[in-house]
Design a protein around this ligand. Structure first.
Ligand code: GLN
Length: 560
């Protein structure tokens, strides 16, 4: 097994995750099997309960593990499915060590950070890597060098480095080269962070320097000299508008050649699929064709990272359809106060994402009502699905004050509620329905045509369900539940007949987590397509229909 460890210095939020994911992509394009492990030095066992304001979205893996958004980058860039064991936190390590101590497995020894904690870290990294059967394991160490929390991990890395063969272990350090007000590139922070690494006994093999602009030759030279690496081992990673371009950027700087040489890799033939995707993305961005406007009505909209996977899923779909688009972020509470309604009305599609709790819920319901009444394409995800049920119950079925019991416990019409079994699980400590579950789609439904299948698997993260007691009333009033779980008890997909609405579609699950740049999520693709049609129909009179960008070698888009 070969290991590439990625550390970071100077500041957090440098794009270490994207750098790691990009290196993974570069190696994968050469036919190597790669697997990432993310080490998070915080004490939480997982990211499930962490505040999205602090951490961006909670990403859900197939096995239901809640992790931070870097896993989304990993899965999208490397096109793989990860599991719980690919995330190692301090909490996970200490829990294992303490449990082992309680079982008496340390035979009465004094249990210490070195060797017991560091051994646990090394054993875990090695066994996860071995189980994955990859050729190369990428280990990203969260946080920055010098943090108290990351010390045991860096010590474990130091030990691994001396235990593995030279060509099987590579250390990539990501740092920042800031600019002065006069635009001068400063290397001192990089020098300091490499110094901190070396104090821990670690010498980087490659330095990836993040900067607003490409590093000058003299700055590279300076970093090389002070940090004791070759000039060609200093890789410049300037800011880029599009994250999917990062692998190409790093490659142009020669990173693959450096890794190849140091790790004795011999495969060089490159698969070009990713390059072609990035090219499509570039064409779309530079295009000044009219743009489809997508209103995303959520909470935390000030922080787009909270909806990162949704943003990416929209991008994947648009990339495939050749559709130029613009996301319009609407804070749900603004709608409650009567603001921004005009913007919503002008949108070509309305998306209500997942969420929790009361704040902004009525605004989201308002957005759904507007989408339904004005026949604007609508996509509801998870909470968005549940609120579409609430809206329909109130305004079409006529159940005044219908609600989800998450929002109002004593509503007279609890159309969204905890199922009995969930209630008993919740009493035992509160848990959600998480991860992959099979969904059965009704034959000839919009859902089945979108997925081109009647049995699908998607990731879940929710606690509440459509109340089975109201399904008949909702159905009689015209709402179609076209997908359920295997038991038929949990509603998973809702839609409206196409004669009544051009595209009204919502799902209890989170299709955004399975969307990949090369394989867009079917509901997102169908939604964007509906937005394009809507845009063209509403702008026909003005004579500025949307042009669907045609890509070479890509099937002509017949919808624009
Ligand atoms: N709050 C809702 C529930 O728990 C929806 C969750 C979500 O959107 N992820 O069921």
């Amino acid at each position: 097994m070969k290991y590439i460890v990625v550390t970071g210095g100077v500041i957090s939020g440098l794009g270490k995750g994207i750098t790691t994911a990009s290196i993974g992509r570069i190696l994968k394009d050469r036919g190597y099997n790669v697997v990432p492990i993310k080490i998070d030095p915080y004490i939480n066992i997982d990211a499930g309960t962490m505040n999205p304001f602090q951490h961006g979205e909670v990403y859900v893996l197939a096995d239901g593990t809640e992790v931070d958004l870097d896993f989304g980058h990993y899965e999208r860039f490397m096109d793989i499915e990860l599991r719980r064991e690919h995330n190692i936190t301090t909490g996970v390590i200490y829990l294992a060590v303490i449990e082992r101590e309680r079982r008496g497995e340390y035979l009465g020894q004094t249990v210490q950070i070195i060797p017991h904690v560091t051994n646990e870290i090394k054993d875990r990294v090695r066994s996860v890597a071995a189980r994955s059967k990859a050729d190369i394991c990428l280990v990203e160490i969260g946080g920055t060098v010098g943090d108290i929390e990351s010390m045991p991990f860096l010590e474990a890395v130091r030990q691994m480095r001396r235990e593995e063969r030279r060509e099987d272990f590579l250390l990539v350090h990501v740092t920042l080269v800031p600019l002065t007000t006069h635009g001068e590139q400063k290397t001192k922070p990089t020098q300091h962070s490499v110094k901190a690494l070396r104090e821990l006994g670690l010498q980087p093999d490659i330095i990836v320097a993040r900067c607003k602009e490409p590093l000058s030759a003299s700055v590279k030279e300076k970093i090389a000299m002070f940090c004791d690496v070759q000039k060609r081992d200093v890789i410049s990673a300037p800011d880029t508008e599009e994250i999917y371009e990062v692998p190409a950027l790093l490659e142009n700087e020669g990173i693959f050649e450096r890794i190849r040489e140091k790790m004795h890799l011999n495969r060089t033939r490159k698969n070009k699929e990713w390059e072609r995707l990035v090219e499509r993305c570039r064409i779309l961005r530079s295009n000044d064709a009219p743009k489809v406007k997508i209103a995303i009505v959520g909470k935390y909209t000030g922080l787009e990272d909270s909806y990162l996977s949704i943003k990416e899923a929209i991008k994947h779909a648009a990339m495939h359809l050749g559709c130029s688009y613009e996301n319009i972020w609407i804070e749900a509470e603004d709608l409650e106060n009567g603001h921004r309604v005009k913007e919503i009305l002008r949108a070509d599609g309305i998306l209500v994402p997942g969420g929790f709790g009361e704040r902004g819920a009525e605004g989201k319901i308002k957005a759904i009502e507007i989408a339904r009444e004005h026949k604007i394409p609508f996509l509801g995800l998870c909470f968005g699905f549940q609120l579409a049920v609430v809206e329909f119950a109130r305004n079409v079925v006529g159940l005044k004050n219908a609600n989800s019991t998450e929002l109002c416990e004593d509503t007279p019409f609890p159309v969204v509620d905890l199922l009995e079994e969930q209630r008993s699980v919740d009493k035992k400590g509160g848990t959600m329905r998480l991860g992959n579950s099979t969904v059965v789609l009704r034959e000839n439904s919009l859902a089945a045509s979108i997925y081109n299948a009647t049995r699908i698997v998607e990731r879940h993260r929710h606690r509440y369900e459509v109340n089975p007691a109201f399904v008949d009333a909702l159905t009689d009033a015209g709402l179609i539940f076209s997908g359920t779980d295997l038991s038929g008890k949990r509603m998973e997909v809702l839609e409206m007949p196409v004669e009544k609405h051009p595209f009204f579609f919502a799902v209890q699950f989170h299709p955004e987590f399975r969307s990949r740049p090369n394989r867009p999520s079917p509901p997102f693709k169908a939604f964007i397509l509906a937005c394009m049609r809507y845009h063209n129909n509403t702008t026909k009179q003005k004579n500025t229909p949307l042009q669907c960008t045609r890509f070479r070698k890509i099937k002509k888009c017949k919808h624009a």
